[in-house]
Design a protein around this ligand. Sequence first.
Ligand SMILES: [Zn+2]
Ligand SMILES: [Zn+2]
Ligand SMILES: [Zn+2]
Length: 415
Amino acid sequence: MKFIADFHLHSKYSRATSSQMDLENLDKWAKIKGIKVLGTGDFTHPEWLKNLKEKLESVEPGLFKLKNLNSETRFILTAEISCIYSKGGKVRKIHILVFVPSFEIVEKINTRLGWIGNLKSDGRPILGLDAKELAKIVLSASEDCLVVPAHLMTPWFSLFGSKSGFDSVEECFEEYSKYIFAGETGLSADPKMLWRMPDGRKITLISNSDAHSARHIGREANVFDTEISYPAIIEAIKSKDPQKFLYTIEFFPEEGKYHYDGHRLCEISLSPTESKKYNGICPNCGRPLTIGVLNRVEQLSDRPEGFKPVASIPFKSLVPLGEIIADALGQMVRTKQVEEEYKNLIEKFDSEFNILLNVSREDLEKVTLPEIAEGITRVREGKVNIEPGFDGVYGKIRIFSKGEQKVVSRQKTLF
Ligand SMILES: [Zn+2]
Ligand SMILES: [Zn+2]
Ligand SMILES: [Zn+2]
């Protein structure tokens, strides 16, 4: 069966997360978005884990649903751990995503991790633990677990990050490298960029939202065609079989927060070529720039831009529907009119992914404004303009140039 999965998000017990991040809301939004399998996130947190155990019941192997609710949404046990440690004379800060097949294995892992640091302080705990040691703990609890370096390229807190990462999987995980089957692209990078790097071609690239609020789930996701169960999902990822793992859904990487180099407070945003001219130093404050994902990929790549390996999972770049509607209406994302149009479209066509991926332009035009149908079509065709994100600032999407929406709308009414 074909289905969409998003494995990485955070509960209300994580820092800077919406208080609405509970199971009921996640279940509700999964339906709106068209997501079948959703990561629980944060299983290391005692309160959240208690919640999960009370409210979820096992359905298929390794997958769970909300009790007393006839819901199609399935939850899979996942958590993210922030490993901060020193190796090779450098401070390393790496986020690792962990997939676990059962509550029993979760308990085993949490016990071990609880000896190392405080799991209560944050849904995404910070541990003074070597990422390789984390892999060892998780995989000795069960070989069915999956250890996945999160948002591979972001400057801080990632395996290949410019600030505190490594240059290869091997350098970080050593003899455990053979158990690193997958890595997460993150919002600021897409598979096309990562295919230029040796490790980006070796591992399977997965995509998740890393959502901190329910309406952001699925902004990146994975599309499978397998049986719906934990073992089948893990097998599809490990085997990198394009018959089972159909494609990933990606942000346009320019929209991510760390695509370009720059300084947020200095309002300086530079392409890698530009920042090279300044020797990586901010022309405003004289301090080193935050080197973004595009630049870092360039440093680690051994293939030219546009290289596509034979064995790879394809991807589609999308823009969240709310942003498309907002741009088509020339408004901000959370205005009343944008929300109403969003609701209207979901009511007609079931889910956001169905609208973004499947519904024909003709059918869209029957129920919504021509400029919105045009916006969705342009996104599908990759016809978008993006001011790239940098140093923690999201990129800005423009599907229409200024005033163009009205022209589209008028043309439609005329003909
Ligand atoms: Zn993270
Ligand atoms: Zn996260
Ligand atoms: Zn600066």
